[in-house]
Design a protein around this ligand. Structure first.
Ligand code: SF4
Ligand code: SF4
Length: 182
């Protein structure tokens, strides 16, 4: 059992280390976006943040009532009780939603010390990311307790809108790379 636990920890540490490398690459790519490509990103980013804001307003009262005292909370890298494993993605970000959330503002640095505590690298007594700067993965997770207090059809509608905005961002156009032919 101890050996299995140890193997699991090694696995998690390895996943988190490569997630951090990937996140640093996202940041380097973001910094290369300039001029008209930045304008393209800005337009989509505004739509992304407005939609995230609308989701936060909808879920805010229930989150404030339920989440601060919840243990175990859902911002762990691995939390089998909640069927969560986000060690492979810092803050749950893909490149697209990272660029949309990050555009024109600084993000807090991921705290590497959290890896050994099995916590998301943006966690410090709550999420350190701006409320409208979360990833889709983080926004679409609701435990049953929270679901019971939220207008889920309305949230699902906004999540679909958010996924569409993210899918509409052309990464080749935004990053200035040629598209890969079909
Ligand atoms: S969403 Fe659910 S599991 Fe996550 S912190 Fe809130 S109450 Fe806890
Ligand atoms: S980015 Fe924020 S909301 Fe998402 S898992 Fe990390 S601390 Fe939680």
């Amino acid at each position: 059992m101890n050996q299995a636990n140890n193997d699991w920890k090694v696995h998690l540490l390895r996943d988190a280390a490569s997630a951090l490398e990937q996140f640093r690459l996202f940041e380097r790519l973001y910094r290369k976006i300039k001029g008209p490509r930045k304008d393209l990103l800005r337009t989509q980013s505004r739509a992304y943040r407005e939609t995230v804001q609308a989701i936060q307003e909808l879920i805010g009262p229930a989150v404030r009532e339920t989440c601060p005292t919840c243990r175990p909370h859902c911002c762990h890298l691995s939390q089998p009780d909640l069927k969560i494993y986000i060690a492979r993605v810092i803050g749950g970000f893909t490149l697209s939603d990272f660029l949309l959330a990050r555009c024109d503002r600084e993000f807090p640095a991921p705290d590497e010390r959290n890896i050994k505590k099995n916590l998301c690298l943006f966690w410090e007594a709550g999420c350190r990311l701006p409320a409208d700067g979360r990833s889709i993965l983080c926004l679409e997770y609701f435990c049953d307790r929270l679901k019971a207090k939220i207008d889920m059809p309305q949230v699902e509608r906004l999540l679909r809108q958010l996924r569409n905005i993210t899918a509409d961002l052309s990464l080749p156009a935004c990053l200035g790379f040629p598209s890969i032919p079909d």
